[in-house]
Design a binder for this molecule. Structure first.
Ligand code: ATR
Length: 286
């Protein structure tokens, strides 16, 4: 019996267990995948404990993707590039950290829309951890990346990801006047912020406002592919307005599924069947 799990805090909301267990059941692989709530002060014990118990691997989620680095014996080039780990493999005495967030993102677009990101021009909205993983992957695919963020300094700090290919990454202030001139040049617009996420405690759940979209939808053009990495709700207001503009759209379920597919490839070198994984997510969200 193989042991796997996800560590985070909070963790109860994580859809990884249903998704991975559905894939395990579909393949007949003898294994179980569990959620683990870990206190920050006990992160090292959690990682070393999983190794001592013979775990095959772990996923790592918020808030530990960076904090877990000191407890790993090595990083893949992808994880080293962004200093963030969402997948750990225990291989003999080694604790290997990898990130599948970026490759999962591009694999989802390839699989769901047959969209190839190579050399595309992309506007990334947001400059948090998810944006960092996606941006690094896009730069590796020689995309021209524009990055905009509420806190401009965080977007500017992404220049370091571009390294010698600095010219391919441009920080843009989050103002319509600054964004408008670049919209005609970009192929893809990606929301990586939490703007538009379901709020269980919302006072006026039916009410929509400008605060529910990351940038004004008037900026979108029909030729844009618009991707929101939010999966709850499945269709954010931003995606709905993008569709009304005639844009192709994709929600965050694909990234969720495909980062897990890439974790399987890292643990076992095989891709799980995605259909049961999508079904497990759909069932959990509805
Ligand atoms: P994650 O790891 O999921 O990307 P994060 O690191 O907390 O999460 O980043 C959240 C992103 O959403 C940031 O880009 C944040 O903008 P700031 O850097 O200015 O904080 C963005 N964000 C969150 N709430 C926002 C809001 N109400 N309006 C605009 N941007 C918001």
């Amino acid at each position: 019996m193989e042991l796997l799990g996800v560590i985070g805090n909070p963790i109860a909301h994580s859809l990884s267990p249903v998704m991975h267990n559905a894939a395990l059941a579909a393949t007949g692989r003898q294994g179980v995948y569990l959620p683990f709530l870990v206190e920050h002060a006990e992160l090292a014990q959690a990682v070393y404990g999983a190794r001592a118990l013979g775990f095959t691997g772990l996923n790592v989620t918020i808030p530990f993707k960076e904090h877990v680095l000191p407890y790993l014996t090595e990083l893949t080039p992808e994880a080293r590039r962004i200093q963030s780990v969402n997948t750990i493999a225990f291989i003999d005495d080694r604790i290997v950290g990898h990130t599948t967030d970026g490759i999962g993102f591009t694999a989802a677009a390839k699989s769901e829309l047959d969209f190839d990101f190579s050399r595309k021009a992309v506007l990334v909205i947001g400059a948090g951890g998810a944006a960092r993983a996606i941006t690094a992957e896009l730069l590796a695919r020689q995309c021209r990346v524009y990055i905009t963020n509420r806190t401009y300094q965080r977007a500017e700090a992404f220049r370091e990801l571009a390294g010698s290919a600095r010219l391919q990454l441009t920080a843009v202030p989050m103002h319509p006047e600054a964004l408008q001139p670049i919209m005609g040049q970009v192929d893809v617009v990606i929301n990586t912020t939490s703007v538009g996420m379901a709020k269980p405690s919302a006072q006026n759940p039916g009410r929509e406002s400008r605060a529910d979209v990351p940038i004004p939808a008037e900026l979108l053009l029909p030729q844009h592919l618009v991707i929101d990495i939010i999966y709850n709700p499945k269709q954010t207001l931003f995606l709905r307005l993008a569709q009304e503009k005639g844009c192709r759209t994709q929600n965050g379920v694909g990234m969720l599924v495909w980062q897990a597919v890439k974790a399987w490839e890292f643990w076992w070198g095989i891709a799980p069947p995605v259909e049961p994984m999508y079904q497990a997510i759909e069932a959990s969200l509805s």
